[in-house]
Write a protein that binds this ligand. Structure first.
Ligand code: IMP
Ligand code: MG
Length: 207
């Protein structure tokens, strides 16, 4: 009996190692060059941001606008640490498609469900890179006469900026590397990673 159990364990071990070797698609964490931000680091910072936002918006009518799909996890975690009443809304804007460079063309694919006139709006984004998406969004939302529009981003790559925009709240400033995880994707994959990591360059620079 014991030898059968041992045999099963060995088989399972070999299987796990084979999957790990296969890399992409099997165990997504193997596609990372390096883990930049651990689950714990992210959770701690998100908590701090939530507390800061709670303090800054006391007594305000706040609408938190998440930019899908990248801000999904950040938004879900962040609002749990905002201790004042908030309304949630979402927008979908066009992004990079399957490339890692911005096209410079920004389109709203899904607009807000509710009017924001007279309300304080906090846009929640996964990352600000060139700044083009956020610059455009802020302008669109400001034209709807809200009381204020501010930006909260989990990640910021200030060295990549093409337009002048500075987030009001920022989780982490990061170097000019393509990152995935905790909502951020490459070609729609890797969003499910609980940490943020640098994607191995050979996975997106194939030519
Ligand atoms: P921006 O308009 O260049 O600032 O780009 C913003 C959008 O590009 C973000 O909302 C992301 O969807 C995407 N993006 C920019 N940098 C990265 C990255 O390093 N990893 C994944 N997505 C990124
Ligand atoms: Mg995005």
């Amino acid at each position: 009996m014991q030898s059968i159990i041992k045999l099963l364990f060995i088989r399972q071990g070999l299987r796990t190692r084979a999957l790990a070797r296969a890399g992409g698609g099997k165990n997504v964490v193997n596609d990372l060059e390096e883990i930049l931000l651990s689950e714990e680091e992210i959770a701690q910072r998100v908590k701090e941001l939530g507390a800061e936002i709670t303090e800054d918006y006391k007594g305000c009518d706040l609408v938190v606008v998440g930019i899908l799909k990248g801000a999904l996890m950040f938004m879900a975690d962040l609002i749990r640490y905002i201790k004042i009443p908030v309304l949630m809304d979402f927008a979908v804007v066009s992004s990079y498609g399957a490339s890692t460079e911005t096209s410079g063309v920004v389109r709203i694919l899904k607009d807000l469900d509710q009017p924001i006139e007279g309300k304080h709006v906090l846009i929640v984004e996964d990352i600000i890179d060139s700044g083009l998406t956020m610059h455009y969004l802020v302008r669109i939302l400001e034209s709807r006469k809200p009381a204020s529009v501010k930006v909260c981003t989990l990640l910021d790559k200030p060295s990549r900026r093409k337009v002048d925009i500075k987030p009001d709240y920022c989780g982490f400033s990061i170097p000019d590397k393509f990152v995935v995880g905790y909502g951020l994707d490459y070609a729609e994959y890797y969003r499910n990673l609980p940490e943020v990591g640098i994607l191995k360059e050979e996975l997106y620079n194939k030519c």
